[in-house]
Design a binder for this molecule. Structure first.
Ligand code: LMR
Length: 328
């Protein structure tokens, strides 16, 4: 047994956490020789429910689960954390405007960003899942300039997984045959799921699919609207697939992406592909086995794709402008 990893999870009594925590505790994410301490954060009203989750974690007798901390204090939750999985956010309420939603989330992510800066481990990596995740990540990061920009992520792997699944279904091949599928931009209905640079069984996806019209008119909107379709079908947003995408994201950042492949992650833009510096923008990201990552360069785009990139970039700029007073 070599290490112990401290993992903070916010929104820990929520549905996604319910599907995620047991996978974190099992060793599936951090490997069979790493003990896990789960540091679970919730609002005070949800602490009774969270203590029930903690009881169930203990009752599972996971050999690798070293401790479970239950708290409503961000400073306790983030104390010594090497991973901060930010699932909690203020959900969108009926009739609420995007601006009000951003504002409501600021009250969550401003104090949490400050607590991360003050208490997390010096190697902390932060994955923001709670929506609107790109801009929530931007807000939290602005409170914590001490944490290097390369350690902040917003989750778009769920969109990538959805896109891969749809391409695989369309061509009747296993999903593992689909590689290099990048989500560009915002985790919202303006995202650009790029099938044109994806591969299926090593061949260009558009050639294998053989129907550009389907890719443009069906595939793209289906992926863009999948979150809304899940909400319509289930009455609440995605649970198991969101937890799975967290597992995939953390594993990719811990163990690397396969040679020649990439993963989708919202990262702090350094201006790549003309995106304004500092926006949290989803790109194709290649990760080394030791966890060093870089945005994949020179991915070619058609005029149609460039227009889609502009639309999602503009949306992120508008979100940034709406929370400008929080960004210092
Ligand atoms: C999803 O993509 O399933 C969610 O981010 C949707 C949502 O608004 O919660």
């Amino acid at each position: 047994m070599s290490d112990t990893v401290q993992v903070a999870v916010t929104g820990a009594a929520g549905n996604v956490a319910g599907a995620l925590l047991f996978r974190l505790a099992s060793g599936e994410v951090f490997g069979p020789s790493t003990r896990v301490v789960l540091r679970l954060l919730e609002v005070p009203a949800a602490l009774p429910a969270l203590s029930g989750v903690a009881m169930e974690l203990l009752d599972s007798a996971f050999p690798l689960l070293a401790d479970v901390v239950v708290t409503s204090s961000p400073s306790v939750a983030f104390d010594g954390a090497s991973w901060a999985l930010m699932l909690g956010s203020s959900p969108r309420r009926a009739g609420q405007s995007r601006a009000d939603l951003l504002e409501a989330n600021a009250s969550v992510f401003v104090p949490q960003g400050r607590a991360l800066a003050a208490h997390a481990a010096s190697d902390v990596r932060v994955l923001v899942v709670g929506n609107p995740c790109n801009t929530n990540c931007l807000i939290a990061r602005a409170q914590a300039p001490e944490i290097p920009s390369a350690r902040w992520f917003a989750m778009t792997r769920l969109d990538e997984n959805r896109a891969k699944a749809q391409l695989a279904l369309r061509v009747g091949l296993p999903v593992r045959e689909v590689t290099r599928l990048a989500i560009w931009g915002n985790h919202s209905s303006t995202q650009y799921p790029d099938a044109w640079n994806a591969l299926i069984s090593g061949r260009p996806a558009p050639v294998v699919v053989g129907d550009d019209e389907w890719l443009r008119s069906s595939f793209i909107p289906l992926v863009q609207e999948r979150g809304a379709a899940i909400i319509a079908a289930r009455g609440h947003s995605s649970v198991g697939s969101a937890a799975s995408a967290v597992v995939d994201s953390v594993r990719a950042l811990s163990y690397g992406t396969s040679a020649g492949d990439w993963t989708s992650l919202g990262v702090v833009s350094q201006g790549e592909y003309g995106v304004p510096e500092g926006l949290v923008f989803s790109y194709p990201v290649a990760v080394s086995a030791s966890g060093t990552w870089s945005v994949v360069s020179d991915v070619p785009h058609s005029a149609d794709a460039l227009e889609r990139l502009r639309v999602t970039t503009d949306e992120l700029v508008a979100e940034r402008d709406q929370v400008a007073k929080l960004l210092g």
